[in-house]
Design a protein around this ligand. Structure first.
Ligand code: IPM
Ligand code: MN
Length: 358
């Protein structure tokens, strides 16, 4: 009997539905070629749904989603909704509600893709950021006093638990070992100023490191890592960091790998259900034009297959993307690809079906 996976699909807002369509096209091609099938259930959540119904997350959706094998998400964010409502109400609620405590973001420069970094090529830009995804400044601890007055106080606290930090660090060591490249894990923090939070991170990091003698360890402050990611990206293999720093450095990572059009991510719960999304957001200005690059979503589908246990199909997707980037797509930016969104999906799905060699 062929294996069947239940995939929850959340197309979301803006260009989300367009890129999700192409991701699904490629997923179906991979399923056909590698002998498994997908049972898709689509949920209409996002800004449009909220504007129409006032509902942010439907009752019981976390329980429903936790029964799926994986979640495929387009983008959440709507220009007419005040910042924070959808981001916290949907995206962060899903990440937290499903305890997706890892945000995995590969930074890979593929051949044929232009990087803004002078004299750097695919051999230099090939690392993965493991971002803690359930705590830190994102936990929502804090509050305001005397709001709107001259004496207003705003406090936003970073929550770091030993358990939360350690499980993230452990995941990063395991991932680094499994990735089997340079076998180097860099902790990114700010031990010179955030002396409570990153003292905990640093101690946990070196304690766990003792169990991984095969992995080289390194430390860099977050400001310095921004500098090194530009100047010497080849130093990095896997970087582990907290939620806020991970958010920031992965936008920088997306730029050095060619842009938001190809930056993929996974919100991972290693013991539960994971959710995969392009990291670029809903790009409202490109909505409905058929010019957004779907490769970030397609590479998120690759991460999805790798996580649910279809590594061969995942490799096939990456090979197909590589082939399209090397031979066909000369510019990865929206509107400059020389192909429509849907044609890029067709091209890559076609290469998956052919069993693309490079
Ligand atoms: C991301 C996004 C989100 C984050 C926002 C939309 C809440 O920037 O996935 O990186 O900050 O995590
Ligand atoms: Mn971000």
């Amino acid at each position: 009997m062929t294996k069947k996976y239940d995939i929850a699909v959340l197309p979301g807002d803006g260009t989300g539905p367009e890129v999700v369509d192409e991701g699904l096209k490629v997923l179906e091609a991979a399923a056909g070629a590698y002998g498994f099938s997908l049972n898709l259930t689509t949920y209409p959540i996002g800004g449009d749904h909220y504007m129409k119904t006032g509902e942010i997350l439907p009752e019981g959706i976390i329980a429903d989603l936790s029964k799926a094998d994986a979640i495929f998400l387009g983008a959440i964010g709507h220009p007419e909704v005040k910042p924070g409502i959808l981001e916290k109400g949907i995206l962060l609620n899903l990440r937290f509600g499903l305890d997706q405590y890892i945000n995995l973001r590969p930074v890979t420069l593929y051949e044929g893709v232009a990087t803004p970094l002078k004299d750097k090529g695919p051999a230099d830009i090939d690392f993965v950021v493991v971002r803690e995804n359930s705590e830190g400044l994102y936990a929502g601890a804090g509050g305001t006093l005397k709001k709107g007055t001259a004496d207003e106080v705003a406090v936003q606290e970073s929550i770091n638990t030993r358990k939360g930090v350690e499980r993230c660090i452990r995941f990063a060591f395991e991932y680094c070992r499994k990735r089997n490249k340079r076998k180097k894990l860099t902790l990114c923090g700010k031990t010179n100023v955030l002396t409570y939070a990153f003292d905990l991170w640093e101690r946990a990091f070196y304690e766990v490191a003792a169990e991984y003698p095969d992995i080289e360890t390194d430390y860099a402050h977050v400001d310095a890592i921004c500098m090194w990611m530009v100047k010497n990206p080849e130093w990095f293999d896997v970087i582990v960091t907290d939620n806020m720093f991970g958010d920031i450095i992965t936008d920088l990572g997306a730029m050095i790998q060619g842009g938001m059009g190809i930056a993929a991510g996974g919100n991972i719960n290693p013991e539960g259900v994971s959710m995969f999304e392009p990291i670029g957001g809903s790009a409202p200005k490109y909505t409905g034009m058929g010019i957004i690059n779907p490769i970030a979503a397609i590479l998120s589908a690759q991460l999805l297959l790798d996580t649910i246990g279809e590594p061969k199909a995942a490799v096939a997707i990456e090979s197909a993307v590589k082939k399209a980037l090397r031979h066909d797509i000369k510019n990865v930016s929206a509107g400059k690809m020389g192909y429509t969104t849907s044609q890029v999906g067709d091209l890559i799905a076609g290469y998956v079906k052919e069993g693309a060699g490079d």
